[in-house]
Design a protein around this ligand. Structure first.
Ligand SMILES: *Cc1c(COP(=O)(O)O)cnc(C)c1O
Length: 462
């Protein structure tokens, strides 16, 4: 498979190169040249397969012959052996024809593990083969950080620097990162918000000299391999509910647009997806954009679903590339407007195409809390605030109740115990492997929101 940049001016790469590269050298994001597709018969043949088997089927066309089949199967097996549930991502019913897809049974309790447990193993495999070392620099709104650290901790071929917005992630989220005491793990609390963290990481990638000097790599969802691994669970969930002979809808709590974009790809690959609901909290740039066409960056407001407190959604650029038929110059124009004026506008024809698949909704803090309470009362399931944003939006804009609605449950409720406890009166317990999280020693440094400071910190600690 060949990969091309959304901005049309970076070299064409193969899978291995894309895995190690992260952001394209022209500032764009990499995408496969075309979507592999499955017909109904091929999808039907996946029924009854294990998660790992479906993962192999769905991802193979993207990896092609670059990794031998048996090696790739082995990497998949090992990645998902770290999950605490046999089904890897089980479905639970919370209402009539209404489901949640529990994506939080991995080591750090959020859906990020599904992609990152595989990504870490792909990194080691490829780096060992090439005898290379990389430096991973990432930004986290809370969950990517711990999932990424977990997948490379102790690695001899990677150093990881993880930036989180100081004071804006939950205590559980912070401790999951800062209590990993390893020589190759460097936690940074940045004086700023998530968008500041993400902007610094992008600036490092756009500094081509520095980037080559440290062999920079990405674990954020700008990395194609992460999005690729997330396509799989749309297939397993839809298969369990009757696909390809029945359509299925999904609601996705959204921040950086990586997760819901993986659903869009599943649909392009032939999976019969009816609706894809883009559920946002009050940081609603995506719901505004999908209704008016105007992508306008506002202030980030802290909420009880902090992993979605994002205004600049990186992966939205990938969708733009698709709805503009792969015209890199159009994307360069839009991104230039964004840089100059903090806003761009999608043309009517392209917006209509986006709306064929996506419906978006903004969910308030009040609505989020009420949904946690209501789901607990009516089904006995405790859901976290991010999941609740998705469930609320799903219920509001579910067009046809005969079509099953699956809300992606992106985090374990114990990751956000205050909010859950406040409305259910019950304290969600951390799983046993994390029960002593609050007794462990923490290690991190606080840095100003400044590129030069970050660069020298990285060079000193590498
Ligand atoms: C990262 C995250 C999201 C948002 O996912 P995107 O791919 O960035 O849209 C939602 N919920 C939780 C719990 C997360 O960690």
């Amino acid at each position: 498979m060949k990969y091309i940049s959304t901005r049309g001016e970076a070299p064409v790469l193969n899978f291995e190169e894309v895995l190690l590269t992260g952001l394209a050298r022209d500032g764009g994001l990499y995408l496969p040249e075309s979507w592999p597709t499955f017909n109904a018969e091929e999808i039907r043949a996946m029924r009854g397969m294990s998660y790992q088997q479906v993962a192999f089927k769905v991802m193979s066309p993207y990896v092609c012959s670059e990794i031998p089949e048996d090696d790739f199967k082995d990497l998949i097996e090992k990645a998902y052996s770290s999950f605490r549930h046999d089904a890897i991502v089980p479905l639970s019913q919370i209402g009539s024809n209404e489901w949640i897809l529990e994506l939080y049974h991995g080591p750090t309790l959020a859906f990020k593990d599904v992609a990152l447990q595989l990504l870490g193993r792909l990194f080691s495999y490829v780096l060992n083969k090439r005898r290379e070392k990389i430096t991973i620099v990432g930004a986290t709104s809370g969950d990517t950080g711990s999932a990424a650290i977990d997948c490379v901790r102790g690695s001899k071929s990677a150093d990881i620097f993880m930036l989180h917005p100081k004071g804006r992630v939950s205590d559980v989220q912070r401790r999951q990162m800062t209590t990993v005491i390893e020589d190759n793990v460097h936690n940074i609390a940045l004086e700023g918000d998530f968008d500041n963290c993400q902007a610094l990481v992008k600036a490092l990638f756009n500094d081509l000299e520095f980037r080559d000097q440290i062999n920079l790599s990405a674990v954020n969802s700008i990395n194609w391999a992460r999005v690729m691994a997330q396509i799989v669970y749309y297939f397993t969930a839809a298969l369990a509910l009757g696909a390809p002979d029945r359509r299925v809808s999904f609601s996705v709590p959204t921040g950086n647009f990586g997760d819901v974009y993986a659903g869009y790809i599943a649909k392009q690959m032939g999976l019969p997806i009816e609706q894809l609901v883009v559920a946002t909290n009050v940081n609603d740039i995506l719901s505004r954009t999908l209704s008016s066409g105007e992508y306008k960056v506002g202030e980030t407001i802290p909420t009880i679903s902090p992993s979605m407190d994002i205004q600049v959604s990186s992966n939205f650029e990938r969708l733009l590339f698709n709805i503009y038929d792969g015209d890199g110059s159009e994307i360069r124009n839009l991104m230039e407007n964004l840089k100059q004026a903090g806003v761009f506008t999608i043309s009517d024809a392209q917006l209509t195409r986006a709306k064929e698949t996506f419906t978006a909704m903004r969910v308030s803090e009040e609505e989020t809390k009420n949904t946690i309470a209501d789901v607990f009362k009516t089904s006995g399931h405790m859901i976290d605030p991010h999941t609740a944003v998705g469930v609320f939006a799903a219920r509001k804009i579910w067009l046809d109740h005969k079509i099953p609605m699956v809300s992606l449950s992106t985090a374990h409720p114990a990751k956000f115990p205050e909010a859950v406890n406040e409305v259910t009166g019950k304290h969600p317990e951390l799983p046993p492997h994390m029960a002593d999280l609050f007794e462990r020693e923490e290690k991190f440094d606080t840095l100003a929101n400044d590129l030069a400071t970050l660069k020298s910190y990285i060079l000193e600690n590498i």
